[in-house]
Write a protein that binds this ligand. Structure first.
Ligand code: ADA
Length: 564
């Protein structure tokens, strides 16, 4: 059982951070109203530019039936720092905006409970991702704050399944590892149900590791994203205490001889870097928006995206599982403009700091724990655009790759580099991912010269790492919707389409390239700044998902000019 806390909450900004002294954690006297889930910024013009400390509060009446059960308050994503109190009692603190976390709570029955949440999204160089202030961030997207993903209270029995990890192979191999909490003797039952509702496996075991070859499974793939439901039931003395449902797919991923193989067949990634960003909702992507996005991606022949630059919501990735998209999952580690935040020495110091690595490790652990059972997630990108021409940073990436492999050895690992031939960390990854903007930030106004530079650098990298497949994880140009120009000039819809077309046409014959991700699927909000016009306009769709000229061009390229 679950109590959804979606809806209207009380809200108050705490510029001076005196709320704790003033006892706001006992309950909030405020007239201001906010909606959850959604970022706070666009819900009221007064809050638009606000990054800092704010308080949320809701009264919740809980009836008797849930009285004696163990309860959790689950946040699917809130931040940057979230602190909870229930009836004035401190419940926990969590750092990081984009991973799910939960706090154990005690509720009073048959009376109101005061739920109070303090959120602090003050920019800091040691946040993930780093920023000095609102306008000097290492990342190129708006620093939204708030409870921007679903939040709910979940009740469980003292004896329950805490976590499950599923490994599959396309031929039908299934391995399930259970993490349980129970101080009595229990038994487990494993069931596998196909799409038609047929129970194709039903076995009891007292072992927390369950392994089995299932006959005649339908493998998961973009063409046929067939999902099974795995049910794990926990019994104590014959009584059902807990049951967990997980949607799984039978598939395997392997990198060898310069290719990525899914279920033994080479794949070619066609798609986008995306963002979770929508007018008014901020960092909450409403289900209907996601459905439109995925149908748009499918219409133009895309089969893949990267969760740039943070792990996406459960619903976002549920849809990828369901509709057969190949996902590169990325933690909230984005360092594109790190030089705006700190000096070279500070960068070397931060990446060499054990405490920093531990913070990164905790976030990565949370991300993998949340999304590890998704068939759509075929690869991890350990970070975006690190300053990996610095030795200490390359060493950090080496250790990070090691960490990913120790947590999940079933998926290949990459990172999105913008250092190209100067990168010192390419040797550590299974797949090389490169972001290029020649013809936009450099060689600007001259797409042909830009493309030439990219082609030359790619050859050099390929010569050095002939066995590693390469994905172009970012390329693109800003275009203002409705701005046209002949000949194509920067910021026009024509320039954007030409740039995407020329990159793909010039590079598609290189057989070591195994994917193109266009930057970006849709325009998204950035801090105001003379060169950004509030939005990053590299979307081939506008922020409200209307097609620019490039959408047609990309459809033609994805469907007719690229391998599938
Ligand atoms: C970087 C970065 C992206 C994106 C892009 C741009 O390469 O990885 O976050 O915003 O720049 O448009 O400048």
């Amino acid at each position: 059982p679950k109590i959804d806390l979606q809806g209207f909450w009380k809200f108050k900004i705490d510029n001076e951070n005196t709320g704790e002294e003033n006892g706001w954690y006992k309950g909030l006297e405020s007239e201001d109203i906010i909606y959850v889930p959604a970022s706070w910024n666009e819900q009221n013009p007064k809050w638009d530019q606000f990054s800092g400390i704010a308080w949320y509060q809701k009264d919740l009446f809980v009836s008797n039936d849930n009285g004696n059960r163990k309860a959790w308050m689950v946040f699917e994503g809130a931040g940057y720092i979230t602190k909870l109190w229930i009836n004035g009692e401190y419940g926990g603190t969590h750092e990081g905006s984009f991973t799910q976390f939960k706090f154990p709570i005690k509720l009073k029955v048959n009376e109101f409970n005061k739920i109070v949440v303090k959120i602090d999204n003050t920019p800091s160089p040691y946040n993930l991702p780093p920023a000095r202030d609102l306008n000097n961030a290492a990342f190129d997207f708006f620093n939204y704050g708030g409870i921007h993903r679903p939040v709910y209270i979940e009740f469980v029995d003292e004896c329950h399944v805490e976590d499950i990890t599923v490994y599959t192979k396309s031929y039908g191999h299934l391995k399930v590892e259970i993490l349980s909490e129970c101080n009595q003797r229990f038994s487990l039952r494993f069931k596998l149900v196909d799409k038609e509702g047929r129970v194709i496996l039903n076995e009891e075991s007292s072992n927390e590791v369950f392994e089995k070859d299932v006959n005649n499974v339908i493998p998961w793939s973009p063409d046929n994203p067939y999902l099974y439901t795995l049910i794990v039931e926990m019994y104590v003395g014959g009584n059902l205490k807990d049951s967990v449902y997980e949607r799984i797919g039978f598939r395997d991923v392997e990198v060898k001889d310069g290719k990525i193989y899914l279920n033994g067949k080479p794949i070619f990634l066609k798609g986008f870097g995306r963002h979770e960003d929508f007018p008014i909702l901020g960092k909450f992507t409403y289900g209907a928006v996601l459905v439109r996005d995925f149908y748009l991606m499918r219409k133009i022949g895309a089969n893949s995206f990267r969760t740039s630059h943070y792990p996406y919501s459960n619903e976002h990735l549920d849809l990828a599982d369901e509709m057969g998209f190949l996902v590169i999952l990325e933690p909230p580690l984005c360092y594109s403009n790190i030089s705006r935040v700190m000096s070279q020495e500070e960068i070397a110091k931060m990446f060499g700091d054990v405490k920093y690595f531990e913070k990164v490790r905790d976030t990565i652990k949370e991300m993998i724990r949340q999304h590890k059972n998704r068939p759509s997630v075929i690869m991890y990108s350990v970070m975006n655009e690190p300053p990996s021409d610095i030795r200490e940073v390359a060493e950090f990436i080496r250790r990070e790759v090691e960490l990913f492999k120790s947590l999940d050895s079933s998926r290949p690992v990459t990172f999105a580099s913008h250092r190209s031939v100067r990168d010192l960390a390419l040797e550590y990854v299974d797949v090389i991912s490169l972001n290029y903007y020649h013809g936009w930030y450099t060689e600007w106004g001259d797409i042909d010269s830009g493309v030439k530079v990219v082609a030359i650098e790619l050859e050099e990298i390929h010569k050095k790492f002939p066995e590693k497949p390469i994905i172009i994880t970012e390329f693109g140009a800003d275009a203002i919707y409705g701005l046209h120009s002949d000949p194509p000039q920067m910021w026009s819809e024509e320039y954007q389409s030409e740039m995407i077309r020329k990159y793909i046409e010039a590079l598609r014959e290189k057989d070591y390239i195994v994917g193109f991700h266009i930057w970006n699927f849709a325009d998204f909000r950035t801090p105001q700044n003379p060169s950004r016009t509030i939005l990053n306009r590299k979307g081939i769709f506008t922020r409200d998902r209307q097609p620019k000229l490039a959408a047609k061009v990309v459809e033609e390229l994805f469907k007719n000019k690229l391998r599938s």
